[in-house]
Design a protein around this ligand. Structure first.
Ligand code: F6P
Length: 463
């Protein structure tokens, strides 16, 4: 069987905090003698082009260092100040600096040059996410004819938002150098198709004057998931139970509403707090009987828009506290820190409501983890944004428009009032969907689809 080479910006770290993707791919990589390639996390003046190999808890990881200026242009610049906001339809939050694009391509070229000596002709290369869109082009330019797949973990933008991205024509041409482009949701494939069908040379910036031919690239939805049964086990483990008991004592009679998100403007956190404020304002009976716990570990905090989101959230949580707290009751707890999976599983299990309301999200795995962690005899209710990829598979959640905070407040009320029978009924369907879309099935489906692709020559043409 061919080896699998996984490539992503960050590689999995040591220890039990590893995410679902790492856990799922670890098995595949071990069986198929592959490795995971990415940035080491180190910034140096003149990085070596040679990758360092390391065994991390049985997973073979190959890493390279990056130059500080290049990394800034590639990561904080082009990837997270242009691609991220544009793909999430937040053009108002994009900052464009023309020189970032060169750094973005330089890092992709460095990844390709470091990978090249490690490749065998039959290897299957699986590239992950928006940081590495040009990687196939850089590899094909080095005459790599292997099967190369790309998976986009974030949403694909609408055509208008795509046009706002400098060099979008080149980026789309880069996508056409992959054999398989996987996306999270059908809506992403539809947005891609809309672009592919309506592009004309005049709409493509930064690209030679001809439209992009996607004829050799398959594009399809492969919704990612978690391992819901592993979460079910974890949620009753002693580590999870420790957190659950601790919280149960703190909560007393109150029902817990839980949000867990990176502190990112795409997650809709200010709107979420506003919806909670409206719940308390419109339904005095819930005061003292509910508590919102929002866990939001800081993310990408060198970027101004992330700092501003953090400031906004500080102010809003303060406002809700000032408005509703009493000397012996506080309506919410806001924690800017990350927790390990066992503690989260305990919190998910205790929470009567899992509040997952991003303004736009590729999938949202918190929704999957929340479902997996529930007690089948007394499950909680998932309140889910219709703009998360997860909404396509979790139609038994209460789906909300997160921009409409009245609607979200009403969904919270419904969730808190929902009778046990209906909770069980909805959860049974949600759990079946989480199992069907487990991360194991996801990687298997994706790799099964990529495996039969035939080799290409360096121009990208199939043999
Ligand atoms: O899901 C999108 C993503 O950018 C992943 O690629 C990444 O692992 C995660 O969000 C966290 O982002 P960052 O690596 O920028 O902290």
């Amino acid at each position: 069987m061919s080896r699998i080479i996984v490539v992503s910006n960050r590689t999995p770290g040591k220890g039990p905090a590893a995410g679902g993707l790492a856990v799922a791919l670890r098995k595949t990589l071990a069986e198929r003698e592959g490795f995971w390639f990415g940035w080491s996390g180190k910034l140096v003046e003149t990085p070596s082009i040679e990758a360092r190999f390391e065994d991390i808890d049985g997973l073979t990881v190959a890493q390279i260092d990056l130059n500080r200026e290049d990394h800034h242009a590639y990561y904080a610049g082009f990837s997270n100040s242009i691609l991220w906001p544009s793909f999430h339809l937040r053009l108002d939050l994009a900052t464009i600096e023309a020189h970032w694009y060169e750094g973005y391509r330089r890092v992709n070229s460095q990844f390709a040059r470091a990978l090249l000596p490690q490749l065998k002709p039959d290897d299957i290369i699986w590239v992950h996410d928006y940081h590495l869109i040009p990687l196939a082009t850089e590899l094909r330019n080095l005459d790599v004819r292997n099967r190369i797949g790309f998976y986009l973990h974030i949403p694909f933008p609408t055509t208008d938002a795509l046009y706002a991205i400098p060099h979008h024509g080149e980026l789309m041409r880069d996508l056409s150098r992959y054999d398989l482009v996987g996306m999270q949701a059908n809506r992403d494939v539809a947005a891609f198709t809309e672009f592919a069908e309506h592009q004309t040379p005049s709409t493509l910036s930064g690209s030679p004057l001809e439209s992009v031919d996607f004829g050799r690239t398959e594009v399809a939805a492969f919704p990612i998931g978690s391992d819901p049964d592993a979460f079910a086990k974890l949620a009753v483990s002693s580590a999870a139970n420790k957190m659950l008991k601790r919280m149960e004592r703190a909560m007393g009679e109150q029902e817990l509403i839980l949000g867990v998100d990176r502190l990112d403007y795409s997650k809709g956190l200010p709107q979420r707090v506003e919806a909670y404020e409206k719940l308390l304002a419109n339904n005095a009976r819930f005061r003292r009987l509910v508590h919102l716990l929002q866990i939001a570990p800081p993310s990408r905090d060198s970027i101004k828009e992330y700092q501003e989101t953090s400031d906004t959230l500080d102010a809003m949580c303060g406002r809700v506290m000032g408005r509703f707290a009493e000397p012996d009751w506080s309506p919410l707890t806001y924690v800017k820190r990350a927790y390990g999976q066992p503690s989260l599983a305990g919190l998910y299990r205790l929470a009567r409501v899992g509040l997952v309301t991003p303004l736009r999200d590729g999938m949202n795995l918190v929704a999957h983890e929340y479902v997996g962690s529930q007690d089948p005899e007394d499950p909680g209710v998932l309140v889910l944004s219709r703009f998360a990829g997860a909404a396509e598979i979790f139609d038994d959640a209460i789906l909300v428009n997160p921009f409409d905070t009245d609607e979200t407040a009403e969904a919270l009320r419904m969730a808190l009032d929902m009778p046990l029978d209906e909770r069980k009924q909805r959860w049974t369907t949600l759990m079946a969907a989480a199992r069907k879309h487990s991360v194991d099935n996801w990687s298997k489906n994706y790799l099964d689809r990529l495996a039969p692709a035939t080799p290409r020559d360096s121009s990208g043409t199939r043999d």
